[in-house]
Design a protein around this ligand. Sequence first.
Ligand SMILES: [Zn+2]
Length: 215
Amino acid sequence: MMNELGFVIQQRPYPPEWIFALDTPNFAPTPELWRWIKSIFLNPEHKLFNPDHAHLCAYCYPQIAVMWARSGFRKQGRIVVGQAEKLMINAGGWKKERQEEQFYQWFNGMPDYLITIDATYAQQANDIDFCALIEHELYHIAHKKDQWGTPSYNRKTGKPNLEIKGHDVEEFTGVVRRYGAGKDVQEMVDAANQRPTVAKADVHHACGTCYLRVV
Ligand SMILES: [Zn+2]
């Protein structure tokens, strides 16, 4: 298992150096990060596969797009380092066209969902925190349920319907109560094999999506 985790860490994508330079774009699409997610957390063959994300396996980049942002942003006194969102352009005319054009330039298509990761955080974070952040954001893109609570599928494509989901507050506080805030490799291994536990709780306070939905 240690070797397996070491292997994962070896392959972990880092943001491009240029994003930290002055006078360079603040955002960078990162298809390699999506490939890494797919090959690890969404790959049933991999030991770190998490069945909780299985509904995402049917989706490709850039339907779910991933990008680096040069740095996080401040919100309610904390730095947000990750965010998952459903992309909706609430505008018309040139404003809509401008926004669409920007997404086409980044992703060569219009994403349905977008995960943004703070490049400065990713550069400095240890592997456990980084994996926890990625999985945390993946958890926000949930399998949509119908009115009877059954997971729903698109009638045309057969793919799972998705929706942005905030986490239950109790889920986080319960985890912290039981496991505390400490992190080590064993916890990461447990989290990857069962459900993200400690790591996820740690990331909660730094995720823009949670702030929007839960707090
Ligand atoms: Zn979150």
